[in-house]
Design a protein around this ligand. Structure first.
Ligand SMILES: NC(=O)c1ccc[n+]([C@@H]2O[C@H](COP(=O)([O-])OP(=O)(O)OC[C@H]3O[C@@H](n4cnc5c(N)ncnc54)[C@H](O)[C@@H]3O)[C@@H](O)[C@H]2O)c1
Ligand SMILES: CCCCCCCCCC=O
Length: 507
């Protein structure tokens, strides 16, 4: 058995013991995970510093603080999330107990990416634990130091049989993908996303794909350009542009391009000093392969700000590109680096057309003072998320679903969405063996009259309130009693008995 097979078998066996299911055990695991981020913050930060030159404060701000918040939320809300969820009933099921019961899916495979290695790997794990699953955790091998620390630390805090960590690269991930899972949660680029989905299809395993793409940013001329550019610069250059929801490029009218350049330049200086290379808050490109990929994008565009670089240090300065053409190299794929192209666009309508001609992005940013502009952008485009007058922060709102659409992904998570994403929402209808008369309308022999009644019971909507429902139930009980008493086979006599309740036609 390979190491990967062993890990999956271990997780499956542990899941089958049933110990991941009691809410107390899930909460115990979540609390232990919470302790990891309190007790081992230094190990976490040190590893990320080596991988991406993130500062200790930056690591807490962008990675572990969010995780701590998500864990606390799950601990607080788990009882509600896991409880049966009563649903509306139709007239046919009015006397039944009808609800949704979330249940664990089984063994989940979590494949993480390297750019926010803790955030994007542990956040799905929080959902998996909360939902009562086992999970095999595969951190990205690209984040060498963090993967190692994750492999060392997780088993010290959480159940190592239920949640084993498997490290390794493409061959190891592919070996994992040959195993059977009950859900695969993948974060990474869209091309590999297709590989994951293909592998999952063999076992009809459901997937969540948290992908990326080019997230556009429209700046309206009618806005506070200084503030807009400061927020865009923060969104772009945080983690050296290696953020799935970084504003990829700016669309604006030619009349404001120079001001945008000047204001972004000012913000770069404000955040990262005159020499970002020595600034502790400015990151590095993850490795030389990505460094070369990003530098190649500069070839056919004009640099307005930045451009300095050092391959030996994987350093690329915060850079702004002006008058960029849609055909330029930098516009052909997600940048995932600190280059900010500005494209001139004639109007809001043109910007909308530009966005709609391309793949649906993970995030769409619009800066404007005018709500009509914001609403028009929202109504006439599609994207995983839409954020007006800021960047990135929607990621931190646990009550918003985070995820893509189309090429930027499928499924969503954060907060309760993580719990639901990794649960099966089981439909439950609990009927009594009484009131058999009501069922006559669906039993053969089928007649037009019975169909008429079935239409009535299924298509009418009624909002009677609690008292009304009780009254209706009483009427139904009487009706059934009468039907049984007269031992008639169809519901011929029912119309008169129901005529005192008024119903609204919904079709
Ligand atoms: N939507 C989100 O939440 C989110 C978050 C972070 C990153 N991203 C996106 O991820 C991308 C960057 O990540 P990346 O793809 O460079 O990360 P990556 O190289 O770390 O790959 C992600 C995972 O896929 C595995 N993998 C890579 N190639 C594989 C293959 N051929 N077969 C099987 N498994 C394979 C890796 O082992 C890794 O665990 C960007 O597009 C970014 O926008 C999205
Ligand atoms: C306070 C704002 C936090 C933003 C963190 C962004 C994380 C993105 C993960 C995807 O790359």
């Amino acid at each position: 058995m390979s190491r990967e097979q062993q890990a999956v078998a271990l997780a499956r066996k542990a899941f089958e013991t049933g110990r991941s299911k009691p809410l107390e055990y899930r909460i115990y695991q979540l609390k232990s995970l919470q302790r990891l981020f309190i007790e081992r913050q230094q190990d976490v930060s040190d590893a990320i510093k080596k991988d991406l030159n993130k500062s200790e404060v930056g690591t807490q701000l962008y990675e572990t603080l969010g995780l701590e918040g998500e864990i606390s939320l799950a601990i607080r809300k788990l009882k509600d999330w896991a409880a049966p969820r009563p649903v509306e009933k139709n007239l046919l099921t009015i006397s039944d107990t009808v609800y949704i019961q979330p249940e664990p899916l089984g063994v989940v495979l979590i494949i993480g990416a390297w750019n926010y290695p803790w955030a994007v790997t542990i956040q799905p794990l929080i959902g998996a634990i909360a939902a009562g699953n086992a999970a095999v955790v595969k951190p990205s091998e690209v984040c060498v130091h963090t993967a190692k620390v994750m492999e060392e630390l997780l088993p010290l805090y959480i159940d190592k049989e239920l949640y084993p960590v498997v490290t390794g690269g493409v061959p190891e991930t592919q070996e994992l993908l040959r195993q059977r899972f009950d859900h695969i949660f993948y974060t990474g680029n869209s091309m590999v996303g297709k590989v994951i989905m293909e592998a999952a299809a063999k076992n009809l395993t459901p997937v969540t794909l948290e992908l990326g793409g080019k997230s556009p940013c429209y700046i309206d001329k009618d806005c506070d350009i200084t503030v807009a550019c400061r927020r865009v610069a923060w969104g772009k250059y945080t983690n050296c542009g290696q953020t799935c929801i970084a504003p990829d490029y700016i669309l604006c009218e030619p009349s404001i391009q120079n001001r945008v350049i000047e204001e972004v330049k000012k913000a770069i200086k404000e955040f990262y000093t005159d020499d970002p290379k020595t600034c502790p808050d400015y990151g590095r490109i993850i490795n030389q392969r990505h460094f070369k990929r990003i530098m190649a994008m500069l070839e056919d565009s004009t640099i307005a700000v930045g451009g300095e670089n050092d391959e030996s240090d994987c350093y690329i300065a915060p850079t702004v590109l002006q008058d960029v053409k849609p055909e330029a190299k930098v516009m052909q794929e997600e940048i995932f680096g600190p280059l900010l192209p500005i494209l001139s666009i004639g109007s809001l309508d043109e910007a909308i057309k530009f966005v709609n001609k391309r793949e649906k992005p993970l995030a769409l940013y619009v800066f404007s003072q005018d709500n009509k502009v914001i609403n028009k952008m929202r109504d006439e485009t599609s994207s995983g998320g839409l954020l007006a007058n800021d960047c990135l922060v929607h990621y931190s709102v646990s009550s918003l679903p985070f995820g893509g659409v189309g090429n930027s992904g499928m499924g969503c998570y954060h907060g309760k969405f993580s719990f639901d994403q990794l649960s099966h929402l089981r439909a439950c209808l609990i009927k009594q063996l009484k009131m058999e008369g009501v069922n006559s309308m669906r039993y053969p022999p089928h007649t037009a009259k019975k169909l008429g009644w079935a239409r009535f019971f299924i298509l009418k909507t009624v909002d009677l309130g609690w008292l009304g429902r009780m009254a209706l139930l009483a009427i139904m009980v009487v009706a059934v009693a009468v039907v049984l008493a007269t031992k008639r086979k169809d519901l011929h006599s029912l119309p008169l008995r129901y005529s005192s309740v008024s119903f609204k036609q919904c079709d």
